[in-house]
Design a protein around this ligand. Structure first.
Ligand code: NDP
Length: 250
């Protein structure tokens, strides 16, 4: 693939993210707390999560490892960062979800498989073949240092917050989450995820990673706003000072 074709795909992909952002401000994706009938055939939600995240793990790995660029130390670090996130998301997170009869529409699973395949391909192909070879000096570049720091901070926030929610869910009902960043925002797991992928985009300085960070924000900002409203509607005692996504701001 030529560089200009790749850029064309990136621009189109970002444009679709912008449309998705607008749609998701109006329509709540029907999984998790917004599960409802009328979205066609469904499947077990834990199997759904496993299937929809698997392409991000495999497609990315394939294109990085089989690419024409040599694997430098920096590329191995990018590879490890991505895989740590997606090994957890694919092989650990779904199996920590409360077992039960919860279902997920096949339409959500299918669109997420497409989403994760495209992102896995764009990011893997850029790092494996199209992008620079990232020599040792890259590791001391400010973009790498700041990006890697953001990635780790975001990952810790995401894992810690999802952990709190998954433990709460074991009670079989929704409750008001407390502790850590939940004292400041309703959706610290989303905040952590967005920070992670902004960090990844900075540390790789890759257009594909920047597009993925934009997609993550397009998916999760509207959902954080919906979740925040949902908490206030459901719990009269919901902490009044808590924001949706960004402490003290939004
Ligand atoms: P949620 O916060 O909606 O749910 C996470 C888990 O916690 C679910 O098992 C949910 O149960 C449970 N849960 C949520 N709130 C409560 C509560 N108040 N009380 C008890 N249990 C609760 O997250 P998502 O399912 O939307 O996302 C999961 C992960 O995937 C997140 O880390 C998110 O960042 C990531 N993600 C990333 C995207 C991207 O574009 N990169 C897109 C979407 C998600 P139940 O399922 O029954 O509601």
């Amino acid at each position: 693939m030529t560089v200009s074709t790749f850029w064309l795909i990136i621009v189109a992909w970002v444009a679709i993210a912008a449309v998705a952002f607008i749609v998701l401000l109006r329509v709540r994706a029907p999984y998790g707390r917004y599960t409802q009938s009328g979205w066609g055939p469904t499947m077990d939600h834990r199997l759904g999560w496993f299937l929809m995240e698997l392409p991000a793990l495999l497609v990315f790995a394939w294109f990085v490892l089989s690419g024409s660029n040599p694997m430098s130390i920096a590329t191995w670090i990018f590879f490890a960062a991505w895989q740590i996130h997606y090994v957890h998301r694919t092989l650990v997170f779904p199996f920590r979800m409360a077992p039960g009869s919860k279902r997920m529409p096949l339409a959500i699973v299918g669109s997420a498989i497409f989403f994760n395949s495209v992102n896995g391909f764009l990011n893997g192909y850029y790092l494996g073949s199209l992008g620079p070879s990232y020599d040792l000096a890259w590791i001391s570049d400010w973009r790498f240092v700041v990006g890697a720091t953001l990635f780790v901070v975001g990952l810790v926030i995401n894992l810690q917050s999802d952990g709190i929610l998954l433990r709460l869910r074991r009670s079989g009902r929704y409750e008001i989450p407390q502790g850590a960043l939940f004292n400041l925002v309703s959706c610290p797991n989303y905040l952590g995820e967005i920070v992670e992928w902004i960090g990844f985009a900075l540390m790789t300085w890759s257009p594909a990673a920047a597009a993925f960070a934009m997609w993550t924000a397009a998916n999760l900002i509207p959902r954080a706003l919906s979740n925040h409203r949902w908490y206030y509607e459901r719990f009269s005692e919901y902490p009044p000072g808590r924001k949706a996504l960004i402490p003290y701001l939004v």
